[in-house]
Design a protein around this ligand. Structure first.
Ligand SMILES: *Cc1c(COP(=O)(O)O)cnc(C)c1O
Ligand SMILES: [Zn+2]
Length: 412
């Protein structure tokens, strides 16, 4: 049974048969012609109830199978992806002037980032399409998650990451058995190289935005948040933005829940970018409701996962956030680093810089009074152990002692 009704271009609206088009709209090209996956929503609305997902007993994102773009369950990996915990922190909420604060920890996925939601879907698509090789360009997490989810399959994985990618992420790629190319250049350059190589050698491409099935995995974070809060999602959801695919997925997830009647209205989705890498926020500011203007920039931020100057899903992200009624906010690197420490000390959740950026954005808006009296959730998209270099500079040094009580006393 084919679940997908069609693939629709976000720019021109042309619809395509998923058996005929793999990546982007042939008329609009890879940058503007990203495709969105459509389902038969009327049938889903009749069939799905608030309890449908819990009844599967499946503690992973695959509890949402009817809303996901795969043909069968044959290739679903044993790795448990999604259904990550949502925590409530009333005291911290009160200090920030919020009615309620939720933290959804996606650092607890198998390879420790939100990207696992997308990679698990695309590894299945690659097998359905009988591709022998999957590839992608990545700042680190997309690649490590692709390597992890392809590990137990027959797929060969070939990855392109910038030479500056954090050591822990590169270690993940290698340990999962991928072939790894460290590209002498930025992520934006690695991205174009991976696309060229995929085309030249016939590899299946998992790079952000060009592959329409990634956003489908990424929307499950929204489904989960809504279901975990008993179909009463908070007023606002904050998430960090690089290419713009994760935020697109979150917007689409909430929009689909409204469409099939499981929630009344979508929360306001707020994207957070680093000041030194904010082309999506800039495009959103310029957006007139018609054409998304693409202006790339040189990107620089401590948050490597969102260090993107040529965002590949900017058209979709701007349109979806606009339709959602959300917006974007930018934060300086210093407040991202500060947010890592505050989040860790106050909640016990250790986030990598791009994950903590969402919390830095929340603090910024709270200080401005924008969230006063409202409830908000932050999506923690990556685990702190993935990149400890920058945070190490902000947390001080432990004390080295002789192994005696005396030595302890001297330091108490
Ligand atoms: C990829 C990533 C993001 C941003 O997702 P985009 O789809 O690139 O906008 C945020 N945080 C982490 C940890 C990521 O790996
Ligand atoms: Zn098009």
């Amino acid at each position: 049974m084919a679940r997908i009704a069609s693939l629709r271009c976000v720019s021109c609206g042309a619809e395509y048969d998923p058996d005929r088009v793999d990546y982007t709209c042939p008329a609009c090209g890879p940058r503007r012609g990203t495709l969105e996956v459509l389902y038969n929503y009327d049938a889903l609305r009749r069939r799905l109830r608030p309890t449908s997902f819990a009844e599967t007993g499946n503690p992973s994102m695959w509890r949402y199978l009817p809303l996901l773009p795969i043909d069968g369950e044959r290739y679903i990996q044993p790795l448990r992806v999604g259904w990550t915990p949502v925590y409530r922190f009333p005291e911290l909420a009160a200090e920030l002037g919020l009615e309620e604060l939720y933290v959804k920890d996606d650092g607890r996925n198998p390879t420790a980032s939100y990207k696992d939601r997308a990679s698990s879907v695309v590894v299945i698509k690659a097998q359905e399409k009988r591709a022998p090789v999957v590839t992608c360009a990545s700042t680190g997490n997309a690649a490590s998650s692709l390597a992890g989810f392809a590990a137990a399959t027959k797929l060969e994985t070939i990855l392109f990451v910038p030479r500056t990618a954090p050591q822990a992420k590169v270690a993940q790629l290698l340990v999962y058995g991928a072939r790894v190319f460290l590209v002498n250049g930025s992520y934006d350059i690695a991205y174009d190289l991976a696309a060229e190589a995929a085309e030249a050698f016939g590899w299946y491409n998992r790079s952000a935005a060009v592959n329409p099935y990634l956003v489908e995995g990424k929307k499950t974070g929204a489904f989960e948040l809504a279901e975990q809060l008993d179909w009463k999602p908070p007023d606002a959801v904050l998430v960090s933005v690089g290419d713009g695919s994760v935020i697109s997925g979150i917007c689409k997830g909430f929009a689909e829940l409204v469409r099939i009647g499981l929630i009344e209205r979508a929360p306001q989705v707020i994207g957070v970018q680093a000041e030194g890498a904010a082309p999506v926020a800039a495009a959103f500011e310029r957006y007139d409701g018609e054409t998304v203007e693409i202006r790339d920039m040189e990107a620089s931020t401590v948050a490597d996962s969102i260090c993107v100057g040529a965002p590949r899903d900017v058209v979709k992200a701007v349109r979806y956030v606009h339709a959602n009624g959300g917006h974007l906010v930018t934060v300086p690197d210093a407040s991202i680093l500060e947010a890592i420490g505050i989040l860790a000390r106050r909640t016990g959740v250790f986030a990598e810089p791009a994950g903590a950026a969402a919390f830095a954005g929340l603090r910024r808006l709270a200080e401005r009074g924008d969230l006063t009296g409202r409830s908000a959730a932050v999506m923690i998209t990556g685990n702190g152990l993935k990149d400890i270099t920058s945070v190490t500079k902000t947390i001080g040094e432990p004390v080295v002692i002789e192994p005696t009580l005396r030595a302890i006393e001297e330091h108490l």
